[in-house]
Design a protein around this ligand. Sequence first.
Ligand code: ASP
Length: 344
Amino acid sequence: MKRKLLMIYTGGTIGMKQDEKTLALVPVDISQIEKEVPELKKLGHQIDTYSFNPVIDSSDVKPEFWVELCKLLKSNYAKYDGFVILHGTDTMSYTASALSFMLEDLAKPVILTGSQLPVGMLRTDGKENIISSIEIAAAVRPDGHAMVPEVCIYFESQLYRGNRTTKYNAENFRAFRSANHPVLADVGIHIKYKQSLIRYPERWDKPLRIKSLIDTNVAVLKIFPGMTLQAMEAVLSTKGCRAVVLETFGSGNAPTDKKFLSMIKKWIDRGLVIVNVTQCQAGSVDMNAYATGMALKNIGVVSGYDLTTEAALSKLFVLLGQYSDNKQVAKKMETNLRGELTIN
Ligand code: ASP
């Protein structure tokens, strides 16, 4: 079935090629993407393009950029069946997580992809990433509805739920990992969709809404053995801060030192939302597992379950923008909104 897709180029390695004379990397003209990836024509879909101007390295991504992206998706939502966003890999997991919370009632695919080598280079991983992303954004179920109506990252033959990903490898073509959630599709000879894992909307005809108020008054406190109370206090007392992502050990454990606990309690009593996520690469916070975790729970620390730090941060940004009452934010942080966490 011929589908109408919009490919949005934001910047990053994927959209680069080597200038023939200077050999420096320069952005390709995305409207001419079929010159670089002629295979796209063979897919038989209508692929329109849009480029950010200027394009940005994803290290420069800011919430304003996410808002612009959401507005672009909203204004083109009715016109297209799916969207592919070409994005730098460095902060792609942050953008994918943020979009998943900012887009409400999404019923069409939003597939982010990028590459480790520019699309204009011989050994690029970008071509396959673009082609498969297009195929995934165009895929339909037998009833004609989109196969994957979620914000996803497609990279190196795997389709991930965006808000479950982390960039974990700076060199390998397999740059992303979704340690706490299985992939939504495996791409080999066939694209094998795991339909039982994909989130489908209750109603397909709702208009897309966007949450464009973002509050980034959030800090991350990564504890380590020997960290001084002053260093911790410096983070917790950040001016204007409304929430802190507390990166703890193992299944959500922190020192049992009374001074540490009473400092955390003092800031919670002052209204700070403190969300417990683990420093481990995989697995979940379980504040009932050990006395150390239990102590945090008892003073009001919120469980982040198996949230990635990227998802915890962007979820907080959106919730803080939405609610002025931090208690509401704390409650929603422990609720599964977009498949971002697993509550056992
Ligand atoms: N620095 C680049 C970016 O994130 C790297 C990449 O695209 O892979 O924009």
